[in-house]
Design a protein around this ligand. Structure first.
Ligand code: PLP
Length: 430
């Protein structure tokens, strides 16, 4: 079955069961668990089997507790960056030692909670190091603690997603004058710093750039351990950021290619001297999910064809505000979920329901002529889309459904998030 055929099966079943409904549920999102399982297995097999490795899912990519629980069952850990994400990870059943807490703005309270629980922690800056020092002096912690380095190797295609530029806001800049030495001395002075961390960037960072950043991390750890005279740094957290292909159906992410690039660019990573933590988000779930929305109206304006749908900025915020950096593939289906024929296409815009002109998920796109009642699917949206909606126009939060295909390819749905039925109100009038 083609991937379009697979999506069509899912939409047919979803419309049959009212999970998608023109009035009650004109927008819904789907996560294809069979595809996620294959992809996670692919990740686990890509890394050398004889190394201790924790693949921590970056919770911001999809923070729904049932999604996290399934990823835990598949053998992943969790990377969190706020108290809320930490709570979601604990609710999903992750044990503290399989949770990594990264955030550049951890409050005293967040630090105390993480250190009490024994969650691993990556410190972002020297001021935070001082807070952690004070807390563990009062009350020793079982947390594994490291520092995030910015290897300053450069930026990728999307500036907002790049975290290893000269001026990035994250971590301690290794190449700034005096910083490398100051950081090494901090490690030597605090022997409980047993990890080092970097995350070069997300989507748009080429693999060799990530490899270069990771190599800087390994070089740094080797230097600390040589100067310490023992294997002080035992774990290297190499972050996530493997880009995904938003242009084609490619159900597995390029984890094997990524590992090959690391083997080449940062060979000491796989020496056996270090345990490894990864923090992939987008590459775990993006291509394994999609969003579906009904077309409510179609119109022609100034010679331009526009389909007004229920999918806009509330679930595709990045695509709406940065359309060049985050283009999405769109597929057209009839109201019963059958793929529309590609024989008669029209160049059209696909708009969302939000009340501003830029709320377009696609511009000038050649698609089968859309009519009211059709369904559009926004592909590759399993991460960073429907799971973190934007409350603009008080639009309801759509349901998110896990899909499992039974032996005869009949989809079974499980609720990852209930569709919101009552409108969300900022404040209730007296
Ligand atoms: C966002 C983020 C990730 C995940 O990035 P992806 O591109 O989704 O893989 C991992 N680590 C840190 C520190 C992050 O901020």
């Amino acid at each position: 079955m083609s991937d379009t055929g697979r999506r069509s099966r899912i939409l047919q079943a979803a419309t049959d069961r009212g999970i998608l409904h023109p009035e009650r549920a004109p927008l819904a999102a789907f996560v294809d668990w069979e595809r996620v399982t294959l992809n996670v297995e692919h990740l686990m097999h890509a890394f050398p089997a004889d190394l201790s490795t924790l693949h921590a899912f970056a919770v911001k990519a999809n923070s729904l507790v049932p999604v996290l629980a399934r990823l835990r069952e598949l053998g992943m850990g969790a990377e969190v960056a706020s108290d809320g994400e930490l709570t979601a990870a604990l609710q999903a059943g992750f044990t503290p030692e399989r949770i990594v807490f990264d955030s550049p703005a951890k409050s005293w309270q967040e630090l105390r909670r993480a250190l009490e629980l024994g969650v691993s922690l990556n410190i972002d800056n020297f001021q935070e190091l001082e807070r952690v020092r004070q807390i563990v002096k009062e009350r020793p912690s079982t947390s594994e603690i490291g520092i995030r380095l910015n290897p300053q190797v450069g930026t990728g295609d999307i500036a907002a997603m790049s975290t290893a530029g000269v001026h990035s806001k994250f971590g301690i800049p290794l190449e700034d004058p005096g910083m490398r030495e100051r950081l090494i001395e901090a490690y030597l002075a605090h022997p409980w710093l047993r990890r080092a961390h970097t995350h070069v960037g997300s989507q748009g960072c080429p693999l060799p750039l990530i490899g270069q950043g990771v190599n800087e991390l390994v070089r740094f750890a080797d230097e600390v351990n040589t100067r310490a005279g023992f294997a002080q740094i035992q774990t290297l957290d190499i972050g996530g950021g493997l880009p995904v292909d938003f242009k084609t159906d490619a159900p597995l992410s390029a984890f094997d290619e990524y590992v090959a690039v690391l083997g080449e660019g940062a060979p000491r990573l796989f020496s056996g001297d270090y345990a490894i933590v990864t923090e992939f988000g987008r590459s775990i779930l993006a291509k394994q999910g999609f969003i579906a929305a009904y077309v409510e109206y179609t119109k022609q304006v100034g010679g331009r064809d526009i389909a007004i749908t229920h999918a806009g900025a509330q679930i595709a915020t990045r695509t709406i505000f940065m359309p060049v950096a985050w283009p999405l593939r769109i597929e057209a289906f009839s109201q019963s979920g059958d793929a529309k024929s590609l024989e008669h296409t029209v160049v059209q815009d696909v708009a969302g329901p939000c009340c501003f002109a830029g709320d377009l998920v696609a511009r000038g796109r050649e698609l089968p002529a859309l009519v009211p009642g059709d369904i559009v699917a926004l592909l590759d949206t399993g991460a960073y889309y429907a799971s973190n909606p934007f409350a603009y126009n008080s639009l309801p939060v759509p349901g998110v459904y896990g899909v499992s295909m039974t032996a005869n390819a009949a989809p079974e749905f499980s609720v990852m998030r209930e569709a919101q039925l009552e409108p969300y109100l900022e404040a209730t009038a007296e």
